[in-house]
Design a protein around this ligand. Structure first.
Ligand code: NDP
Length: 301
């Protein structure tokens, strides 16, 4: 049986480290770091994510200020708010919760955030610094995954890593960070030929696809480390029966509640083949918020 990489426990350690950093900053006579969260519209999932981020701020001593705009806000209003937050010396970090409502341009909004306040690490300048291997604010999910892999003492140098997914938010920055640690990195995506064979080459497999249970046990090299970034809600019983063949509890939850959360990897199957696996939930999700808190502290320095 594989080891479970406990993202929640590691996130708690990261949050404790941030709290100590905030306390040290305050002890030196400075105000606590301040994160401005911009929420446009009333998407229920976004509201849940924002609540989680605000809670983490409270736990670490970071001040959070929520700025809500209605779903019919114009691009000018969103841009205007970002401009004001950029100019506000009392704000260290700005987070625009995605997705923005239809009709608004996320990239335009994200590119407008002043790079030193870009705690999501999505601004092209910060992405460029990452590409060059220079210090900057880095995307929270991959940087927190790297933080956890290092804490678990997992060897990356010389390892074959396959990153499944090539988004700007997860896949691409994850691949760059693994490369920086001297892994030999392959990025796979929807056009990759013979995906199972590519995945089977991986000593470290990172799945960031958004397809429930895509990665089967037979795709995993025996002894590999598997990081599952995907967060998917499954409601379809037929799909669930297939992907949860080795996870009867998930199937029971779906039947009882009408839906269940899972990753891109068939966790039960992975547990039989891999050396270590992150669960969903309780794996990469909590790490991402901890990464955001780390970035907010970094932005305040
Ligand atoms: P995107 O939709 O932006 O990217 C998905 C990537 O997966 C694309 O590169 C796409 O390829 C690839 N892909 C899609 N289908 C397949 C397939 N059948 N086979 C191979 N590759 C495929 O997603 P994100 O990167 O934003 O997020 C990925 C997942 O991670 C989602 O489930 C999301 O909810 C989750 N997530 C979790 C976070 C956390 O905190 N745990 C944080 C951020 C995201 P192509 O480019 O060719 O279209």
């Amino acid at each position: 049986m594989a080891q479970i990489l406990d993202g929640k426990a590691h996130a708690d350690r990261m949050l404790a480290e941030v709290k100590r950093g905030v306390e040290a900053r305050v002890a030196s006579g400075k105000r606590p770091p301040c994160l401005a969260v911009v929420l446009v519209g009333d998407d229920p999932a976004s509201q849940v994510y924002v609540r989680g981020k605000v809670k983490a701020c409270q736990e670490t001593g970071i001040t959070s200020v929520e700025h809500r705009l209605s779903a019919d806000a114009s691009q000018e209003e969103v841009n205007g708010l970002i401009d004001r937050l950029n100019a506000d010396a009392g704000v260290d970090g700005i987070l625009v919760q995605l997705p923005l409502p239809k009709g608004l341009d996320s990239k335009e909004a994200l590119h407008r955030i002043a790079p030193p306040k870009d705690v999501d690490g999505f601004h092209p300048l910060n992405q460029g610094l990452l590409l060059e291997g220079l210090p900057g604010l880095r995307p929270c999910t991959p940087s927190a995954v790297m933080n956890m892999l290092k804490a678990y003492g997992l060897e990356l140098k010389g390892q074959r890593a396959v990153v499944l997914g090539r988004s700007e938010i997860v896949g691409k920055p994850m691949a760059l960070m693994l490369l920086e640690e001297h892994a030999t990195v392959t990025i796979a995506h929807s056009r990759t030929k013979d995906l199972p064979a590519v995945c089977r080459e991986a000593d470290l497999l990172v799945a960031a696809v958004g397809r429930p249970g895509l990665v089967e046990g037979s795709w995993i090299k025996p002894g590999a480390v598997v990081v599952d970034v995907g967060i998917n809600r499954v409601e379809d019983l037929e799909l669930a029966t297939r992907i949860f063949a080795k996870e009867p509890k998930k199937l029971e939850t779906l039947k009882a509640k009408g839906g269940v959360l899972c990753g891109d990897v068939r966790f039960g199957e992975a547990m039989e083949v891999a050396r270590a696996v992150t669960p969903v939930p309780g794996g990469v999700g909590p790490l991402t918020i901890a990464g955001l808190m780390m970035n907010t502290l970094q932005a305040s320095v």
